[in-house]
Design a protein around this ligand. Structure first.
Ligand SMILES: Cc1cc2nc3c(=O)[nH]c(=O)nc-3n(C[C@H](O)[C@H](O)[C@H](O)COP(=O)(O)OP(=O)(O)OC[C@H]3O[C@@H](n4cnc5c(N)ncnc54)[C@H](O)[C@@H]3O)c2cc1C
Length: 415
């Protein structure tokens, strides 16, 4: 008997058609994983083109965030890095919109240096995932002065997320519909009926919501505690410097090697800012963070400050920093069925099944790590929907389950 019956997964009926709403990294990778299994997929997005939200930056860094001792998050990140790199190698073997390269993580503070030293001492991760290097070795590798010792992350690189999304949508089993903002959905005769802002309606027995933080705007998923966090990246022509990078270098921000003759660096992390406008102060933060890792490159960039351009978008974060992936719970039935948890967190439910909304799934909350979490999470959902063996261990699937917030709230008597 499971000690967490609310996390039991459904056994879906075979399906030939799925609707994925949201065409960022989460939606496109999920659609592709289903399309690879022969399922016809309709992808909807509110915007006129794919990847106009968090997934639209010119470049993003692909590397795992590792804690000193392994956690569910680092486990997901390592599995996800392997999965993303394999998918990218398959999809774009010439590396036209991505590159497999090391990521150097410079210790920009004494606290970070201590954390990195402990991480290496604990030796919890294999040498083909992470290693250490001192300041002078890093300076030799990067071929310009770096400010401190750091970690070298293998299983890493950079990706143009928007081009990644477009390449995924080229699958012949995927049909793309832009300008299609989903405003509501309801169950009708064993199917979901979707109402789109333009007046168009869509139907399918299986629907996956990948709207990042906007997922909570729908009635069925309003319980999700998703928070948008503003981020601005800055871009400059690569010609403003002769110091060219071959690796991604990060500290409080990150910079990738030039792509399409542009350097892209950033990104700010602005918790309480909602504006979508590019600001000079965010550019300055990005330059300051760059100076903390690569001072000479930053000096060249400052001289060409007038050429800076940028892009603002929003990360979708969750309270436990893990994505939200799996079947959508029926909110009121879940609260009713598991109500005794309010009195006793150890209450046993020998006969109780979880209450899912049949055929409705969620894939969002990828924070600042979508490049390594979305492809594997898309693979998980496609395996679940097609009744195949699942690619992640059950404790990790439980940690991603969209029901977890309702259960926590019941135990803490918040609802
Ligand atoms: C500034 C910044 C820098 C980042 N850097 C990195 C990085 O270096 N490495 C990394 O791994 N990750 C990075 N990330 C995080 C990564 O970009 C995200 O994790 C990823 O983009 C999340 O993808 P998503 O599909 O969940 O969300 P999004 O890309 O935001 O996609 C959501 C989509 O849903 C659509 N939508 C919303 N509402 C509706 C509706 N009602 N109907 C239909 N469509 C709808 C939107 O138009 C959008 O296309 C960064 C994020 C930001 C903001």
């Amino acid at each position: 008997m499971s000690t967490s019956p609310w996390f039991a997964l459904p056994y879906p009926k075979p399906t030939k058609h799925v609707i994925v709403s949201g065409a960022g990294l989460a939606g496109c990778t999920t659609a592709w994983a289903l399309a690879q299994r022969g399922v016809k997929v309709t992808v909807l997005d509110a915007a006129s083109a794919p990847a106009q939200g968090g997934s639209g930056n010119p470049q993003g860094a692909l590397y795992a965030k590792l804690s000193v001792t392994p956690t569910k998050q680092s486990e997901l990140h390592i599995c996800g890095s392997h999965y993303s790199l394999n998918l990218l190698r398959h999809l774009d073997p010439e590396q036209t919109f991505w590159s497999e390269c090391d990521v150097m993580q410079i210790a920009t503070s004494s606290a970070e240096l201590k954390r990195q030293t402990n991480l290496l001492l604990h030796n919890a991760y294999p040498a083909d995932v992470v290693g250490g290097a001192n300041q002078s070795a890093l300076t030799d590798l990067i071929q310009q002065p770096v400010t401190a010792d750091g970690l070298i992350m293998k299983l890493a690189g950079w990706v143009s997320p928007a081009e990644f999304c477009c390449a995924l949508l080229e699958h012949p089993n995927i049909e793309w519909h832009g300008n299609s903002r989903l405003v509501s959905l309801q169950q009708d005769n064993g199917e979901w009926q979707l109402q789109v802002e333009s007046g168009q309606q869509y139907r399918s027995g299986t629907v996956i919501l990948c709207h990042a933080d906007a997922t909570k705007q729908l009635e069925q998923t309003q319980h999700l505690p998703l928070k948008p966090i503003r981020g601005q990246v800055s871009t400059l022509p690569a010609s403003v410097t002769d110091k060219h990078l071959q690796q991604v270098v990060c500290g409080e921000g990150y910079i990738s090697p030039p792509y399409q003759d542009q350097y892209c660096f950033g990104a700010t992390f602005e918790l309480h800012e909602q504006s979508t406008c590019v600001t000079a102060s965010a550019h300055q933060t990005n330059l300051d963070n760059l100076a903390k890792i690569l001072p000479e490159l930053a000096e060249d960039f400052v001289k060409s400050k007038h050429l800076l351009t940028g892009r603002v978008s929003f990360r979708c974060s969750t309270p436990d920093y893990l994505p939200v992936v799996g079947p959508a719970p029926d909110i009121s039935a879940t609260l009713q069925r598991f109500a005794p948890l309010r009195k006793d967190r150890n209450w046993q439910f020998p006969e109780t099944e979880p209450a899912h909304l049949p055929g409705l799934y969620v894939n969002c909350g990828h924070g600042s790590k979508g490049l390594i979490t979305t492809p594997l999470c898309g693979e998980y959902l496609a395996s679940l929907i097609c009744n195949e063996p699942l690619p992640l261990a059950k404790p990790l699937l439980d940690a991603l389950n969209p029901c977890r917030f309702l259960i926590k709230d019941l135990i803490r008597k918040r609802i």
